[in-house]
Design a protein around this ligand. Structure first.
Ligand code: SME
Length: 157
C-alpha cells in the first residue's frame, strides 16, 4: 500500500489541516505506539522540514529518547532539566522562540534555534513529551501547540 504524504503548501493552518487527516489515516488500525510515534515524526519532518522532531518518554523517572527524525540527540534528560524536562515538570507546553535565552536549554544540536515541547498527559500524568526543533528563530506559536497536541491525541498511549 502506498503511503506517500501529500505535502501541502500555504500557511501553517493550511499545512496542519492537510497533514492531520493524513496522519489519522496512517495511524488508524495500528495500535503499536512505537510505529505510530515513528510515523508522526516522519510526517511532521516531511511536511515542515523541521530540524528535529522526536519523542522522549518517561522511564524510571527520567526522559528517554524515543522515535525521532533528525540529527542524533541526547538519550536521557532528567526531570526539570532543559526544555523537555521543564515541560514534564510543569505539565505544560513550552514555546521557546530563542533557545539561547532559555536557562538550562540542552543543546543536542548547535543548529537548533527555537523549540516547542508538548507534554503527553494520560491519566493526569506526563508519560512523555513531543519535542520539535527548528533551525530558525521564532518558528513556533500557539497554532503549532494546538495542532501538535491534536496530533498527539491520535496516538493511543
Ligand atoms: N533541547 C532539548 C533537548 C532535546 S534536543 O533538542 C533533541 C531540551 O532542552 O530539553
Amino acid at each position: 500500500m502506498a503511503e506517500d504524504l501529500n505535502i501541502a503548501k500555504g500557511n501553517k493552518n493550511e499545512q496542519y489541516s492537510s497533514l492531520i487527516p493524513q496522519i489519522a489515516a496512517l495511524l488508524s488500525g495500528e495500535s503499536d505506539q512505537i510505529a505510530n510515534m515513528a510515523n508522526v515524526c516522519a510526517a511532521l519532518k516531511e511536511q515542515f522540514n523541521f530540524l528535529w522532531v522526536g519523542f522522549y518518554m518517561v522511564k524510571n523517572n527520567e526522559l528517554v529518547l524515543g522515535p525521532f527524525q533528525g540529527p542524533v540527540a541526547c538519550t536521557r534528560i532528567q526531570r526539570s532539566k532543559g526544555v523537555c524536562g521543564t515541560s514534564w515538570d510543569q505539565s505544560q507546553t513550552l514555546i521557546v522562540p530563542d533557545v539561547d535565552s532559555f536557562p538550562g536549554h540542552i543543546a543536542c544540536s548547535s543548529a537548533s534555534k527555537s523549540e516547542i515541547v508538548i507534554p503527553i498527559i494520560r491519566n493526569h500524568k506526563v508519560i512523555g513529551v513531543l519535542d520539535v526543533d527548528s533551525a530558525e528563530l521564532n518558528s513556533f506559536d500557539d497554532t503549532d501547540a494546538l495542532y501538535l497536541s491534536q496530533i498527539l491525541d491520535l496516538i493511543q498511549f
